[in-house]
Design a protein around this ligand. Sequence first.
Ligand SMILES: [Zn+2]
Ligand SMILES: [Zn+2]
Length: 181
Amino acid sequence: MDCPEDGAQLKSTDFRGLSLDECPTCMGLWFDRDELRRAKDSADKDLRWLDFDPFMGEAQEWGEGKRKRICPKCSVQMEVVPYEKSGVLIDRCKECHGVWLSHGEFEKIVSHLEKEVNSHSSGDYGWEAVREFFQIFTGPEGPKEEMRDLFSVLHLLRTRWAVEHRRLLDIINGMYEGTLK
Ligand SMILES: [Zn+2]
Ligand SMILES: [Zn+2]
């Protein structure tokens, strides 16, 4: 596969436990379907429940001077879409659901998400836990994935806001024990 930015041949590299394709020249990274989410989750366990699907948002209009990149896998033109409010514009391929990130963009995304996690109050996490709990049965990701999301929210509640919301924590802990059985 060739780099969408400079045409150099991508090389396989170990990135946070995943085998990704990296450009030796510009250090850009290619994520196959779902690998971006998995890399984000392994960067920080607390980010698990903050899921943003880069294929849900509207693509940006092509304007004068805007970059147009070609998917290294399927050779079709990729779309540009902002990754939430991180300030990062990612390139996505609608054919193979792969994502191209320029050098340093992954780190920008992670630090944006970490800020997001820290700006929420514990009350938000309580509701998030309840929502996640019901998603186990109804969510699109399937029970195992949703279970992991729930555990990461519970982990945040238990470690960071244990004192603040005693009563809520008791309820959550009851749920937590229940789901382990
Ligand atoms: Zn490159
Ligand atoms: Zn593709």
